[in-house]
Design a protein around this ligand. Sequence first.
Ligand code: FAD
Length: 511
Amino acid sequence: MASGRRQKTIVVGAGPVGALAALYAAGRGNDVEVYELRGDLRDSSTVPLNFTKSINLALSERGINSMRKANAPGLLDAVLNDTIPMHGRMIHGKKHGKLFEEAQLYDAQGRFIRAADRAGLNKRLLDELNSMPNVKFFFHHKLVGADFKRNLAWFEVRSSSNSKETKEIEVSFDFLIGADGAHSAVRYHLMKYTRMSYHQEYIDTLWCEFHIPPLAPSDPNYSKYDGFALSPNHLHIWPGGSFMFIAIPSLDKSFTCTLFLPESRFSELDADHGALVPFFEKNFPGVVPDLISDSNLRTQYRENPHLPLISIKCSPYHYSSSAVILGDAAHAMVPFYGQGMNAGLEDVRVLYDVLDEHSVSSRASPEEVTVARGEALAAYSKTRHEDAATINDLALRNYEEMRDKVRSPVYLFRKMIEEKLSVWFPGVGIKTQYSRISFGNERYSDVRRAVSWQGKVLLGMINVVAIGGIASVALSMRIWLGGHPVRTSVGRDIKWLGAWIASTGDAIGRR
Ligand code: FAD
């Protein structure tokens, strides 16, 4: 989007999505101002919003690709250097009184996701912005109002996080990007200007963070995983049916763990503190006391907050040519596909692809620039909403898969078939849904369509194989029985078997 006058883009929120959006805008020559409610994350006294500590995230292709396209040499390498590859899930359980671990690869072709420290990644992006002469930061600035017709925004300013004194300032802009998280103030004000449909849902699950420390060098198991208490190259899951416990590796050889549990179960454990350790022993075998001591578990449960999980859908994301919301502000999702931040970073890439497609010449008037941006934002809202709504739904459904289905033979069967087909016939385009979401950049809505088509093809193949098998068994029986009256009951059994195969195939097709 070019014009004689430099465009002024203001970004509200300096989380990962806002920071990347600022990089894209600055890379296109805009004057960029970043306004952030909290202090500078790189200052050790600043506590990240909504998080007790720095949490670990699964970073995958969409997030990586969006940073790759930021045109910031060295950024991606610096980010990836601080990540740990996770090649698959490690499922933990107990069988016949013995602990077991079962590795499930994420991808038949060996691709992997990466454990990243959210705060570390955010800091890298802020450092990159610091080096750009056309970017200015405004920390301790909270957006409190906006007029998207006059392109004005108001911020409450504090001198520090603890300061009680505030003043209000007015800021003008050409374009405002709202990346201020799930409880977005930009979205709230945008709703007054555009007929935004809005849906939010708190799921009946809370999360609480725990920490598995690194092993001491004197520990007899120290050398097994170089000081990590578990394999560092897996995302560890203790499935519990209606709840689960997961662990993600950190660079300091510890694991950041999350307990996802229905609110009522949290209340039960709150009411009876003595029940916590037995609950872990029963449901998450091997965690206590091997990985976390009893007293540590109790302390962490008591001190770390039990936080809600929100899922938000809204549309449109923009107003005219003045403003757009990205990331959690537009589509906060539950964390079970590991896509919240990845999808938010992808928003930035997709938005700027659309803006570039609608760009006008450097001699265009400010009015022409505004009209072109308005058209681009309308196109962005329309296409991106379908994709964001899709990944929101898939994230909700993946909770069931992680906490339960990972143990189901039907789930494992379909995964195995799809992986084998993707390796044997790479040209046919059969891939698991997980691979398409985590290792590609296909639109989320296209992934859903492709997976649904694939399910039908697999169902057809199963039916053909099964019916062929049944028919040959029936034929052999008929020849063998030679017209004996038993053949009617054999016929009934074959019919029943056919119906069972169809229903199993249908169940497979749905996942
Ligand atoms: P945020 O990170 O929320 O940043 C918003 C910023 O805006 C903040 O810095 C805030 O201070 C600022 N702000 C807020 N209000 C104002 C205001 N009025 N004025 C100015 N500034 C303001 N995602 C993944 O991709 N992979 C994962 O594995 C993953 N795991 C997760 C696990 C858990 C338990 C949770 C809760 C989330 C997980 N996510 C994951 C999701 C991910 O954390 C979010 O999607 C991501 O942080 C969103 O980034 P954002 O920049 O849009 O918003």
